[in-house]
Write a new protein. Sequence first.
Length: 148
Amino acid sequence: MERPNVRGTLKLVILDLLREPNHGYGVMAEMEGLYGVKLSAGTIYPILASLRRSGLIEVAEKGKRERKTYVITKKGLEYLERHNEELKEAKRKMKAYKLFLELGGEELKEAFKELFSRIEELDKGQKGELEELFKDCARQIRLIILGE
């Protein structure tokens, strides 16, 4: 299975958000509110810089404390138009991700992080229990999806 181009997807969605002028922290807040995606400054600002270098966004103004407000350019709007289907699919997947988190996915993510950090310490019995749990969980999910 091919690894998704997460950074490319983020660039596309962030570019779409910049149809309305916004600053980096504003974009971070919108991404979290709309899609449940928590971006760090170390992620958002390199993406904004890349979009700016490509001519897809520009600095609309500098505000207090050198806070830059970014806005999409004509070239950026044309880019979104050419990649409209990709954008729709990216937004659909990100909305689904937010729903996953709201259904308990956040707790599941945290449990898996904990498992990954300690999996080598587990004994054969614990690993067997997890194997059964995962198989049963996958089966239950499929039954729910199928409405059975």
